[in-house]
Design a protein around this ligand. Sequence first.
Ligand SMILES: Nc1ncnc2c1ncn2[C@@H]1O[C@H](COP(=O)(O)OP(=O)(O)O)[C@@H](O)[C@H]1O
Ligand SMILES: [Mg+2]
Length: 229
Amino acid sequence: MESILNIRNVSKIYQSAGRELTVLDQINFSITAGSTVAITGPSGSGKTTLLGLCAGLDQSSSGSVELNQIALEKLNEDERAAVRNKYVGFIFQNFQLLPTLTALENVMVPLELRGAKNIKNQALELLDKVGLVNRSHHYPVQLSGGEQQRVSLARAFSNKPAILFADEPTGNLDAETSEKIIKLLFDLNKDAGTTLVIVTHDLELAARTNRIIKIKGGLIQSDESQSHD
Ligand SMILES: Nc1ncnc2c1ncn2[C@@H]1O[C@H](COP(=O)(O)OP(=O)(O)O)[C@@H](O)[C@H]1O
Ligand SMILES: [Mg+2]
């Protein structure tokens, strides 16, 4: 099977107050295109850092991150942004919607960046998919956490990403909203073949993926595939 992501000997070391903090220590794994993967581990274990490196939002201290056969460490910031825009969707732990833009405008941003046509209609369709078309003119502060998370999902879907990274997408949501978000994610995987990489503490959500990678203290503790038949 073809892999969409190859992580080889990836380390991330932060310098803080003159000391080195190794957050990720020689991580290795590959992810098959079209699969679903959960990344779990205690708070502070390096999950968000790892996701940022895999998505090309951040750079490793050493090692190689290959996304769709493109070695991200060989690219400059603009080139990495172009790769992200073409292949990657990202759902941030804290949504990261732009506060001065409406829900509709937030979803339109990546479409604009790509120079897409019929941007407004496409964005409305995406908001409709997440059940928020009636809130399209509302600003993030006027939306609940779950609604902001759904706008963030619509925005992440907008470039039809080959791979979608989600950082604790159900972390702050009630059970019903969680279930809606999870369904949207897995539907995207089933219908569009989007590879899903989901950081989560939710064991039920993790159990629905093809594979669970557990990290602890910046190391892979276990990496297990699971079948669902
Ligand atoms: N920019 C940074 N500078 C210094 N330390 C950082 C930075 N970002 C994260 N860390 C540290 O890296 C460790 C892992 O953080 P993170 O990847 O956010 O963990 P998780 O998502 O698993 O909770 C933590 O100890 C955190 O304090
Ligand atoms: Mg985190």
